[in-house]
Design a protein around this ligand. Structure first.
Ligand SMILES: Cc1cc2nc3c(=O)[nH]c(=O)nc-3n(C[C@H](O)[C@H](O)[C@H](O)COP(=O)(O)OP(=O)(O)OC[C@H]3O[C@@H](n4cnc5c(N)ncnc54)[C@H](O)[C@@H]3O)c2cc1C
Length: 420
């Protein structure tokens, strides 16, 4: 609408009080920045010391470093040219968002490698501002309006079918932003494998892959690794899914401080290199591996030094399922971990010091699926390798961006066209 479109509508499967999708549960966006003045501008501060502290010794986060991080953790079957273009446009996208009214605040208690600034009010704030701006510009939103099918008319327009007063809707340009297929049990089992049929979702249950499959049915190309997904370690009390409005609860369930301790399974064995990289670059690898462990559960264990230095988020200690144990044997017994194996594991791992120990049980929480549509750097959907006239896609519905791990803060950034 900023570029001159006169009639724009959003149709959303969720009811109005549950608007905002997974985006409403987020915290931060990863973007390139070239100096601390850029961070200061986003924070609207002249406090140079605060900004230096946030930057934690970094003078910039260059496109090359960003691309290196992305490819190192996600590697494999990805569209490097598309990723490089997203990264190259990230600073411009952030500036455009700022000028359109989005706001940032300092990140509290950053872990090494974290983006120094976060969205003001997190994803909830992001989406409240987005809906506000959209409606102010004259956009219309239809809730409780799930798209069930898409057809192409003889005039080359898109006819969108679904349930609710918005349908059928005919339009010249259609932007698909309906997420992955993680909310669809059958598609999960078919593409990710049987263990993923019964898995908890970190996000909303509405993203079932219906517009994704409808686009493929009218000729859109598929891209990416359909057998892989983003999944992370979560507190064992994670419910079956989360809803918009539960951002704080959702953040409190994240269990990403494991590089400060060790992670074991019910048999008392380590199954993952906790210190391979920054936690925000390895958390997906760990989330996926938890699902392969006996009873699909794992335990993060920390020693006295970590507890005394207060290096863990408050939520680790507030989790009712966490156990403070006087010895490794004590913790293992209370959580039904193989005592002998765990004692052996800890002995072999020089990183674990003296008691008391904090034991934190964790499960796998599925965030979103990686397989999706083939997209161009300008967010056009490709069909037969060429842009499909008037069809665009953004967000998790786009495939080819991740294969293995996931660099935190990139999901919100996916395929933003060149900003004016
Ligand atoms: C708990 C959590 C924390 C996260 N934290 C971060 C973070 O800090 N930074 C980051 O970059 N990424 C984060 N992510 C990932 C991020 O949320 C996604 O990459 C991003 O939000 C994707 O946006 P999207 O528009 O594709 O999907 P969504 O924001 O989920 O929007 C999809 C919308 O489509 C609607 N929809 C689905 N099907 C239909 C249909 N058939 N008809 C009509 N509407 C439909 C849904 O109701 C929803 O409103 C997080 C995800 C979760 C779950």
């Amino acid at each position: 609408m900023q570029a001159g479109a006169t009639a724009v509508a959003v149709v959303d499967a969720a009811p109005g009080q549950l608007r905002g999708g997974n985006s409403s549960l987020t915290k931060s966006m990863r973007f390139s920045w070239r100096d601390s003045a850029q961070l200061a501008r986003l924070l609207r501060t002249s406090d140079a010391r605060l900004v230096e502290e946030l930057a934690a010794g970094r003078s910039e986060y260059a496109n090359e470093q960003y691309l290196d991080d992305w490819l190192r953790v996600s590697g494999g079957e990805v569209d490097t040219a598309l990723i490089a273009s997203i990264i190259g446009r990230s600073a411009g996208a952030i500036t455009w968002m700022y000028e359109s009214g989005q706001r940032w605040e300092p990140r509290r208690n950053p872990l090494p490698g974290d983006v120094p600034v976060v969205l003001e009010g997190g994803g909830q704030g992001l989406q409240d501002r987005n809906f506000g701006q959209f409606e102010q510009l004259g956009g219309k939103v239809f809730h409780d309006s799930a798209v069930t099918d898409i057809e192409v008319t003889v005039d080359g327009l898109y006819r969108v079918k679904g349930s609710g007063p918005a349908f059928p809707a005919t339009c010249a340009a259609l932007v698909l932003a309906s997420g992955g297929f993680q909310g669809n049990e059958r598609m999960r089992e078919r593409h990710l494998g049987e263990p993923w049929r019964n898995v908890k979702l970190r996000g909303v249950p509405f993203n079932k892959g219906v517009p994704l499959m409808a686009a493929i049915a009218i000729g859109a190309d598929q891209a990416g690794n359909w057998a892989k997904c983003h999944a992370t370690p979560q507190g064992i009390l994670l419910p079956d899914h989360m809803l918009p409005g539960q951002m704080r609860e959702s953040h409190a369930l994240a269990r990403y401080a494991y590089p400060r301790g060790i992670v074991v399974n019910r048999k008392g064995h380590r199954f993952f290199d906790e210190a391979a990289d920054h936690g925000n670059l390895t958390y997906v690898t760990l989330g996926q591996k938890i699902l392969e462990q006996p009873e699909k559960v794992a335990f993060q264990i920390f020693d006295k030094a970590v507890l005394d230095a207060r290096l863990l988020p408050e939520s680790y200690l507030e989790d009712p399922a966490s156990v403070v144990a006087a010895s490794i044997e004590d913790g293992a017994r209370r959580l039904f971990i193989d005592v002998g194996n765990l004692v052996e594991t800890v002995r072999a791992h020089p990183g674990v010091g003296t008691p008391p120990y904090l034991f934190v049980p964790v499960v796998c929480g599925l965030t979103f699926t990686y397989g999706g549509l083939s997209g161009s750097p300008n967010a056009e959907v490709l069909g037969g390798g060429r842009p499909m006239n008037g069809l665009y896609a953004t967000g998790e519905i786009v495939g080819g961006l991740y294969d293995q791990g996931y660099p935190a803060g990139t999901g919100l950034l996916l395929t933003t066209p060149e900003m004016p």
